[in-house]
Design a protein around this ligand. Structure first.
Ligand SMILES: Nc1ncnc2c1ncn2[C@@H]1O[C@H](COP(=O)(O)OP(=O)(O)OP(=O)(O)O)[C@@H](O)[C@H]1O
Ligand SMILES: [Mg+2]
Length: 228
């Protein structure tokens, strides 16, 4: 039986992406296909440089593929006006970047509030949601700290709170526990999995840890530009 189109929350077909390195073209991704259902959890492993972050950037519409199409909830990203993408992206998906990308001038609370404001939440609701998620991630005592005053793990947890605040339908997480000690990493993974389950969000988790990958329903590998 085929699955109705609408059950796919995120799809990509024939995605190819190359970068120029001097006079050479580096083919990073080639004809990548992925179909993600509501609530599905997927891990992606692959060697350093295999294109995992590139793939997440394409799926998030942050980078444009050379070929192929990314479809958010039935709508091809290329058909969404560029001016509308940030607002739609903010409500549709959460992204935990490998290098966090927190805004250095803003404190922890403000960094997380901003994501909710971009998605159209009122200042009051944004603040109360931000406090809730930051508390859940053990950052209640760090609300007023700026990123340069936080440890690597605290920055990472701030980035996770920011990705979760809009209760996204899709959570893209690029090595979200990479800077954490084993115990905290386990706790953060538990939190991620429980939040996505609670909200029936789909999760794409990039990790190099087999133990973490085994906790997702589907396990994929990126090899030679292809997802297997
Ligand atoms: N903006 C860019 N310009 C040129 N080359 C790039 C760019 N971004 C990525 N690359 C190259 O594309 C390849 C894939 O990079 P990517 O960051 O997607 O790998 P990755 O699988 O996430 O690696 P890691 O596990 O180290 O994070 C690498 O060879 C990288 O050097
Ligand atoms: Mg990467």
């Amino acid at each position: 039986m085929s699955i109705p189109e609408s059950d796919f929350i995120l799809q990509a077909s024939d995605l190819s992406k190359s970068y120029k390195s001097g006079s050479r073209d580096i083919q990073v991704l080639q004809d990548v296909q992925i179909s993600v259902m509501r609530g599905q959890t997927i891990s992606i492993r692959g060697e350093s440089g295999s294109g995992k972050s590139t793939l997440l950037n394409l799926l998030a519409g942050i980078e444009i593929p050379d070929q192929g199409e990314v479809v958010w909830n039935g709508t091809p990203v290329s058909t969404i006006a560029e001016s509308k993408r940030p607002g739609i992206r903010a409500s549709y998906l959460g992204f935990v970047f490998q290098s966090f990308y927190l805004i250095p001038e803003l404190n922890t609370l403000e960094n997380v509030v901003l994501a909710a404001r971009i998605a159209g939440k009122s200042p009051k609701e944004a603040k109360s949601l931000a406090e809730h998620f930051l508390e859940e991630l053990g950052l209640a005592e760090r609300l007023q700290s700026r990123p340069d005053q936080l440890s690597g793990g605290e920055r990472q947890r701030t980035a996770i709170a920011r990705a979760l605040i809009n209760k996204p339908q899709v959570l893209l997480a690029d090595e979200p526990t990479g800077n954490l000690d084993e115990k905290t990493a386990q706790r953060v993974l538990d939190q991620l999995l429980s939040v996505v389950e609670k909200h029936q969000a789909a999760l794409l988790l990039v990790t190099h840890l087999a133990g973490f990958a085994s906790r997702t329903g589907t396990q994929l590998h990126l090899e030679d530009g292809r997802l297997v």
